[in-house]
Write a protein that binds this ligand. Structure first.
Ligand SMILES: [Fe+2]
Length: 253
């Protein structure tokens, strides 16, 4: 019995020692795995950082390209000055006020800046005519959204921005151009932009009229609710404080 007891105790001790050894081994394996995971996580973080930097650089170079193209259009028209930049700033504020998720569509800003790219094809005699346009001249002028869209349609990175270029002169009641779209059929970005564009046109000096004040521009825009403009966009526009709009006007002058 005694010999058996010692033997069992020895066996138990051996078993415990073996288990200890196994436990130690497993711990070492776990530590190795943990270090591997840490290295993997650090690699992922590094890759993510690099990707983000690359994406930012890409966006910066897209933006420079877009601005260069917009300047080429604007260089012809001394009256509108930095219209594209200003209207893009109004448009972004309005999109934000409307609750549009701009983070999901960062390219929309490109559309705001490039909206009139098609005006490169409008002859000077029409673009700069001081008086009212004839019907034939108006038809040529009204081709600029399609011309602009044709210029950019194959540029993939512009994505939904191309809608703004094609549809910024559509009207809520379907009487706009080029496609006579009505209501929700008009892309939201273009509905938002139409209000920003009109606000900028009204609050800028033109050879044939003085700039309106913010208040009177708001009144004029209000008269277009449901005919020219989307009522929901106008509601969002009403929530934008005058100070926000006037700061943009002052800064981008
Ligand atoms: Fe336009």
């Amino acid at each position: 019995m005694m010999a058996m007891g010692v033997s069992t105790e020895d066996q138990l001790r051996e078993r415990i020692a073996a288990l200890d050894a196994e436990l130690g081994e497993r711990r070492r394996e776990a530590e190795v795995k943990e270090r591997q995971l840490e290295r993997y996580a650090a690699d992922l973080r590094e890759t993510f950082k690099e990707e983000r930097t690359r994406a930012q650089e890409l966006r910066r170079s897209y933006m420079l390209t877009v601005r260069a193209l917009a300047s080429a259009v604007e260089a012809r028209d001394a009256y509108t000055g930095r219209h594209a930049e200003r209207v893009a700033a109004y448009g972004l504020k309005l999109a934000e006020a409307y609750g549009m998720r701009l983070a999901d569509h960062p390219e929309i800003e490109f559309g705001f800046i490039l909206h009139d790219a098609g005006k490169v094809a409008v002859p000077d005699a029409i673009l700069f005519k001081p008086g009212p346009l004839t019907t034939a001249e108006r038809l040529i002028m009204q081709q600029h959204p399609v011309t602009g869209w044709e210029i950019v349609r194959d540029i993939e990175f512009l994505g939904a921005a191309r809608d703004v270029i094609r549809h910024h002169h559509e009207r809520w009641d379907g009487t706009g151009y080029p496609d006579g779209l009505a209501g929700d059929a008009i892309p939201l970005s273009a509905r938002i932009f139409a209000v920003a564009d009109t606000f900028d046109a009204l609050t800028t000096n033109r050879p044939y009229r003085q700039a309106s004040t913010t208040a009177s521009a708001r009144d004029i825009i209000q008269q277009g609710v449901g005919t020219h403009f989307d009522p929901a966009v106008i509601e969002a526009f009403a929530t934008l404080p005058d100070a926000v709009l006037e700061r943009i006007r002052l800064e981008i002058g």
